[in-house]
Design a protein. Sequence first.
Length: 222
Amino acid sequence: MLDTATNTVQSADIQTIKRWVDNNEILLVDVRETAEFEKEHIAGALLLPMSSFDAEIFPVIAGKKVVLYCAIGKRSEAAGKMLLNEGHPGAIHMTGGLSAWKAAGFPVEEQYLPPTQAAPAPVFLCPKPGTVLAQEYLHPLKITLPVLAQHTGLSINTLDALIKGEQPVQVETSLRLARYFSTAPDFWMQLQLDHDMEQARHKTGSIISAQIKPRCLQTPAL
């Protein structure tokens, strides 16, 4: 549900949502992109990608709660805010997203490819901070770069480079964005760290695993 009094999106934890799913009480809406959905998704979920999400024509389901989910909860919360701005009641944002759902051991539907068919390109679940800034804050709130620059003291060039992924988040940038959007001071830095770690794991994770044996698994020296 959407709390119009505080202008915030109501969230629900994974255990609660799993109970609702088992009781057929909700409509699950996946706001990730098509490639992510095709790789894995919660059974019965409706796909409405964030890139083409239109709050003005969002379906209203009588008698059922609507639960939005994405990979880690950022895009689903942004979609909830878009629904709030359009006056839609009844949408709930899944805390932690599909990552938390899987971590809890709950099932997903996966796409299995024939052995002769090439595997799809890897799906990255940790977007660049600039992508989160644009998709989950600027676009839903209709904030332009000049307005953001004026209120944060950051240059338009810096913000433009950040959104395009040409420049990483610096500490001062994180503090300024956090102050303006009322997030935790390290929120934007953490987005950058999550993105960089995911990229590094994809590029060198298997190499590092093959080269380095954990100390706890090594035979103690005599």
